[in-house]
Design a protein around this ligand. Structure first.
Ligand SMILES: Cc1cc2nc3c(=O)[nH]c(=O)nc-3n(C[C@H](O)[C@H](O)[C@H](O)COP(=O)(O)OP(=O)(O)OC[C@H]3O[C@@H](n4cnc5c(N)ncnc54)[C@H](O)[C@@H]3O)c2cc1C
Length: 406
C-alpha cells in the first residue's frame, strides 16, 4: 500500500510528502495545476507510512466521527469592528485568532494569504500580521511546509491555531497521527471546493503582465452601503494601487466579467476530490467550523444590516476556545439543519458537471483572452449598468430593473 492508491481522491495536502522519512515523495502539479504525490521508487522502502498518513484514509479509520462529541451552532458577528470590513463575513476567524495570540504569548496562527504571486499558508505570531490571513481566497491554498513547522511548535509546547479547508485540517491531524495535539486548535471553513492555482495565475495575466506586479488579490468585498451583503468581487491591487475591480455575483443577474470567477461559480473547475468531498457534512473535522450564515433571513432581528457568520463548536477544545472569546461576539443560537438546507457543503459535495472533463484541457490550450471571451460576460453598457445597480441600489430597485430589462 502506498499513497498512489488514493488516486484522484487525493486532496493535495502534502501529509504523505512530509511523513516520508526517506524523502521518496514530492508533490508536483498535474496538467490542471493541482498538486499530487509522485514516488521516487529508488528511495521508497514500501513502509506504507504515506498511505497511513493520508487524511482520506486516516480520517475515516482513526479520527472518524468520534471528535464531534458536542455541537453548538451559532449565528455570529464580531464586536471588533476594525476587522469587519476586510473579512469575508462576520470576522470570526480573525477575532478568535487575535484573542488567541493575546492570551498565549508564544502562540502561532496559521492560515491562507496572498503573496509572491500565489495563495499559500503561512504562520504568524503577531496580532499586527493577522490581516494577511483575513478574507476568503477562492483557490487551493498551497500548504508548503506548514505541517512540519506546526509539529515543531507543538513539540516546544507552543499553542497553534490552524485554519483551512476541512481536508487541510484532516491532513494536519493525519500528519500528526493525532498525537501531541493538546496545544493544537483547529478551525475548518465550510468549503464548496477549490480551483487550481495554475488557472488563477493564468487569469491574473489579464490584469498584470507579471504576477509579481500584483501586491494583493481579494475575492470578497463588503457592500459600501448595504453591509449585510458581502459581495463576490475580484479586486486586484497592483503596486499598492487598486487598479481593477470586477464584479461577479451569485444570482442570475451576475456580471461574470472574469473567466476564473465565472467558471468557479459554476463549479466547473474544482479539484476532482472536491466532487466527492469526505467532509461536506455535519460531522466536522475542526474544533470550530466557520462559514457564511446563508440562513440569516431566519433571524431578521439579528444584525439585519450586516453579513454574519456560522460558527459550529464541535469539540471540547472548541468549547474552551469559544468560552475564552465569545464575549467579543454578538451571537444567537442557529438552527443547523435549516442552515444546511441553504449552505450546501454542510450536507453534500458539489456535483461534478459534464463540462469538468474538458475544461482544463481548454484552459491549458487557449490564451486567457480566449477563455475570457468564451466564459466571461462581455463588458457592455448593459452589463456595466447592471453591475452598478446590483452593487449600489437597494434590492427593491434592482428587482424592478430586472423585470424591466426582461
Ligand atoms: C474556497 C472556499 C470556499 C468556501 N465556500 C463556502 C461555502 O460554500 N459556504 C460557506 O458558508 N462558506 C464558505 N467559505 C467560507 C467563507 O468564505 C468565509 O471564509 C468564512 O465565512 C469565514 O469568514 P470570516 O469573516 O470569519 O473570516 P475571514 O477573516 O475572512 O478569514 C478567512 C479564513 O479563511 C481561511 N482561508 C481563506 N482562503 C482560504 C483557502 N483558499 N484555503 C484555506 N483557507 C482559507 C483564512 O486562513 C482565514 O482563516 C469558503 C471559503 C473558501 C476559501
Amino acid at each position: 500500500m502506498n499513497i498512489l492508491e488514493i488516486g484522484k481522491d487525493c486532496v493535495g495536502c502534502g501529509s504523505c510528502e512530509h511523513s516520508c522519512s526517506h524523502k521518496a515523495i514530492t508533490l508536483r502539479p498535474d496538467m490542471e495545476g493541482f498538486y499530487y504525490p509522485i514516488i521516487d521508487n529508488t528511495l521508497c522502502v514500501d513502509c506504507s507510512l504515506c498511505y497511513k498518513s493520508c487524511p482520506q484514509v486516516f480520517h475515516t479509520q482513526e479520527l472518524g466521527h468520534q471528535r464531534n462529541i458536542v455541537q453548538f451552532p451559532y449565528n455570529v458577528i464580531s464586536r471588533l469592528k476594525r476587522y469587519y470590513k476586510k473579512s469575508a463575513s462576520g470576522a470570526v476567524f480573525v477575532t478568535i485568532a487575535h484573542k488567541f495570540l493575546q492570551k498565549y504569548k508564544n502562540a502561532v496562527v496559521c492560515g491562507a494569504t496572498y503573496s509572491e504571486g500565489r495563495i499559500h499558508h503561512i504562520l504568524v505570531d503577531k496580532i499586527g500580521d493577522l490581516y494577511k490571513l483575513q478574507g476568503s481566497k477562492y483557490v487551493q491554498s498551497q500548504l508548503d511546509d506548514v505541517y512540519p513547522r506546526i509539529k515543531r511548535h507543538l513539540k516546544s509546547n507552543q499553542p497553534v491555531l490552524f485554519s483551512g479547508t476541512p481536508c487541510q485540517v484532516a491532513g494536519l491531524y493525519a500528519y500528526l497521527h493525532n498525537r501531541n495535539i493538546e496545544n493544537l486548535y483547529t478551525m475548518d471553513i465550510i468549503c464548496h471546493g477549490v480551483p487550481s492555482p495554475k488557472f488563477l495565475k493564468k487569469d491574473l495575466g489579464l490584469y498584470a503582465a507579471n504576477n509579481s506586479e500584483i501586491s494583493s488579490v481579494q475575492f470578497r468585498k463588503k457592500h459600501p452601503l448595504f453591509k449585510s451583503r458581502s459581495l463576490y468581487f475580484l479586486t486586484i491591487v497592483k503596486k499598492h494601487k487598486p487598479c481593477v475591480s470586477m464584479c461577479f455575483r451569485k444570482s442570475s443577474l451576475n456580471l461574470k466579467l472574469d473567466p476564473y470567477f465565472s467558471l468557479f461559480s459554476k463549479g466547473w473547475t474544482l479539484r476532482r476530490s472536491c466532487y466527492q468531498c469526505h467532509y461536506s457534512n455535519l460531522q466536522r473535522v475542526g474544533d470550530i467550523t466557520i462559514g457564511d450564515c446563508d440562513s440569516h433571513v431566519n433571524y431578521p432581528s439579528f444584525h439585519p444590516h450586516e453579513a454574519t457568520s456560522v460558527v459550529i463548536i464541535n469539540t471540547v477544545a472548541g468549547i474552551n476556545l469559544w468560552e475564552r472569546t465569545s464575549q467579543y461576539f454578538d451571537f444567537i443560537n442557529l438552527d443547523i439543519q435549516k442552515e444546511a438546507e441553504v449552505n450546501v457543503p454542510l450536507r453534500e459535495s458539489f456535483k461534478c458537471p459534464p463540462e469538468r472533463e474538458t475544461i482544463y484541457e481548454e484552459i491549458n490550450r487557449l490564451p486567457i483572452q480566449e477563455i475570457k471571451k468564451r466564459y466571461a460576460q462581455k463588458k457592455t453598457m448593459r452589463t456595466v449598468i447592471s453591475a452598478f445597480l446590483i452593487d449600489y441600489c437597494p434590492p427593491i430597485i434592482i428587482n424592478k430593473f430586472v423585470k424591466l430589462i426582461r
